[in-house]
Design a protein. Structure first.
Length: 95
């Protein structure tokens, strides 16, 4: 397989750190483990992120048969604790 050759200037341009806010959407099984609520809180508080929304995710049926709904409720609870419940859309992901 042949790869196109690029110049050093082109390579450096591709490695340049983006400027402005980074638009993100989070897909989270927030009720499953503590890493997701931490990631959500981090994204909400990071000024260089433009958090466009959060999708709740399913995390299996071993502990509950309502995992997606429980993640959805956990995301809302977290945003309410951060006083951001009206600023960031939260939608149901795949169940």
């Amino acid at each position: 397989m042949k790869f196109a050759r690029i110049t050093e200037a082109e390579r450096m341009a591709k490695l340049r750190i983006p400027t402005g806010k980074l638009r993100i959407v989070i897909d989270s099984d927030a009720k499953n483990e503590v890493d997701d609520p931490f990631a959500i809180a981090h994204a909400v508080l990071t000024e260089s992120f433009d958090l466009r929304g959060i999708l709740s995710a399913h995390f299996g049926t071993e502990r509950t048969d309502r995992s997606e709904e429980e993640s959805f409720q956990e995301i809302h609870k977290l945003l309410k604790l951060m006083n951001r419940q009206d600023q960031i859309p939260v939608v149901h992901g795949a169940a």
